[in-house]
Structure formats: structure tokens, C-alpha cells
Design a protein around this ligand. Structure first.
Ligand SMILES: Cc1cc2nc3c(=O)[nH]c(=O)nc-3n(C[C@H](O)[C@H](O)[C@H](O)COP(=O)(O)O)c2cc1C
Length: 224
């Protein structure tokens, strides 16, 4: 698979098959992702890869809360979105949510249905592998950008192995639980989880392909 195909076929998979992914494959993907560039070659990413019982016990710890209607634990580590998300970003976020809730058959006023989908984030949508990405708290925006480059590289590396992914910042709402399960030092901040596995391509939610702004909306060309 070439890079163009990997980019075009990557999507946020929200329903996985339970087929396991061997450790060797996960290690290969992470090793390749480690080739991602970073300012000053700091390589500021830290990753925990969980499967089997290690993943199940972490999911169970969060499930105990989500089943009781609690979707985050106390103080949050970072604001996922700016407090007053402006246009065009707010509209894009709204349309994105509507697209996949429509695919799931969950109406706007179906609070329970929406909460079920939020809870599904913490089941990693049934993926057999969960990757947990963290960055040192002393790092600033440039290193967070590096982390994003690493994240995309690993998602493309997964495509090259025929695997699918879902990056999940929803997991940043459970920093204490995740830290306790992973033995993650306090100096690291949990950025997100990444669900990794084989997509269930029949699932309605996986039929959605998020829209993108046309090139002219985000790029300016001069002097060609
Ligand atoms: C860093 C990051 C975190 C994300 N967190 C979540 C999440 O918690 N839950 C979710 O359903 N989607 C999450 N997404 C997926 C985005 O909604 C998705 O990337 C966007 O709508 C574009 O769709 P696509 O990935 O299918 O192209 C996240 C994406 C990124 C890059």
C-alpha cells in the first residue's frame, strides 16, 4: 500500500471485529511510527500498548463509572476544544457528530442513545488493542504537534498492515484511572487512546466518511 492509499483509506473506525492483533505487528507499527519527525528530534511521545486482560481490566474500571452515568473523573487534563469554539470550526464539529449519529440511527433528542455512543469510546469500539499516548507536561505546542505527527504516522503504518484505527481523546477524561492502570508517571499527561484492530466494514457507523473543507478554504497559493 502506498502512502496515498493509506491516507485515503484511513478513517476513524467506530466498530471493530474482535480478531486479535499479534504483539509483533503492534511493535512493527510503533517502530515505524517512531520514524516520525520532531523538532530537535525530541521524540516526545510515550506509548502504552494494551491487549487481553490488561486492556479488559482498564476498560472495566472505566465502565464501572460510565454504567452509572459518569463520563469523566474530576478535573480534566486539558481542554479538548476551546471554550467558545468559533466558526467555521463549531459548524464542522456539529456536522461531524450529526453524520455519525444519523448513521447509528440515534436521534438528536435521544439522550440515552448518545450516551451509549459516548460509552462506546471507552470500550475502544470493540478493538482488541488500545494504545495510550502521553507527553511530558513540560512540553509545549511544538511538541504536541510532534505528537500529532506521530499519531498520524502510526495510523498510516496501521493501514499498511491492513489494520484500522480510532484516535480517542475522550480517554483524556479518565487520566487518574489510566495512570493507575498503566503505572504512568505523574510528569506525563495522557493525550489520547488509539483503538487498533480490524474494522467491521459492515457496521453502519463505519459507512460514514467525514466531510472535508475544499482546498480553497484552507490553502492560499501565491507566485505559481
Ligand atoms: C486527536 C484526535 C482525537 C479524537 N478523539 C475522538 C474521540 O474521542 N471520539 C471519536 O469518536 N472520535 C474522535 N476522533 C475522530 C475525529 O472525529 C475524526 O478524525 C474526524 O471526524 C475526521 O474523520 P476521519 O478520521 O474518519 O477522517 C479524534 C480524532 C483525533 C485526530
Amino acid at each position: 500500500m502506498d502512502v496515498r492509499e493509506a491516507v485515503q483509506t484511513r478513517f476513524t473506525c467506530r466498530a471493530f471485529r474482535p480478531t486479535p492483533v499479534p504483539l509483533g505487528k503492534v511493535a512493527d507499527i510503533l517502530r515505524l511510527a517512531g520514524r516520525a519527525p520532531s523538532g530537535g528530534n525530541l521524540q516526545p511521545w510515550h506509548v502504552w500498548a494494551l491487549a487481553g486482560e490488561a486492556l479488559e481490566s482498564l476498560k472495566a474500571a472505566v465502565r464501572a463509572h460510565t454504567a452509572a452515568g459518569q463520563f469523566f473523573e474530576g478535573e480534566i487534563e486539558y481542554a479538548i476544544y476551546p471554550p467558545d469554539l468559533k466558526e467555521p470550526y463549531a459548524g464542522r464539529r456539529f456536522r461531524n457528530g450529526e453524520a455519525f449519529y444519523t448513521a447509528l440511527g440515534v436521534a438528536r433528542d435521544d439522550h440515552e442513545g448518545r450516551m451509549r455512543q459516548v460509552a462506546a469510546n471507552f470500550e475502544l469500539f470493540g478493538a482488541p488493542v488500545g494504545l495510550f499516548l502521553a507527553v511530558d507536561r513540560s512540553m509545549g505546542p511544538p511538541q504536541w504537534a510532534d505528537l500529532g505527527i506521530f499519531l498520524q504516522t502510526l495510523m498510516l503504518a496501521a493501514r499498511a498492515e491492513g489494520l484500522d484505527t480510532a484516535p480517542l481523546e475522550a480517554w483524556s477524561l479518565w487520566p487518574k484511572t489510566v495512570r493507575a492502570h498503566l503505572g504512568m508517571p505523574e510528569e506525563l499527561m495522557l493525550f489520547c487512546a488509539v483503538a487498533l484492530g480490524h474494522a467491521d466494514l459492515e457496521a453502519p457507523v463505519n459507512q460514514v466518511r467525514a466531510e472535508r473543507a475544499p482546498l480553497e478554504e484552507f490553502a492560499t497559493f501565491r507566485g505559481f
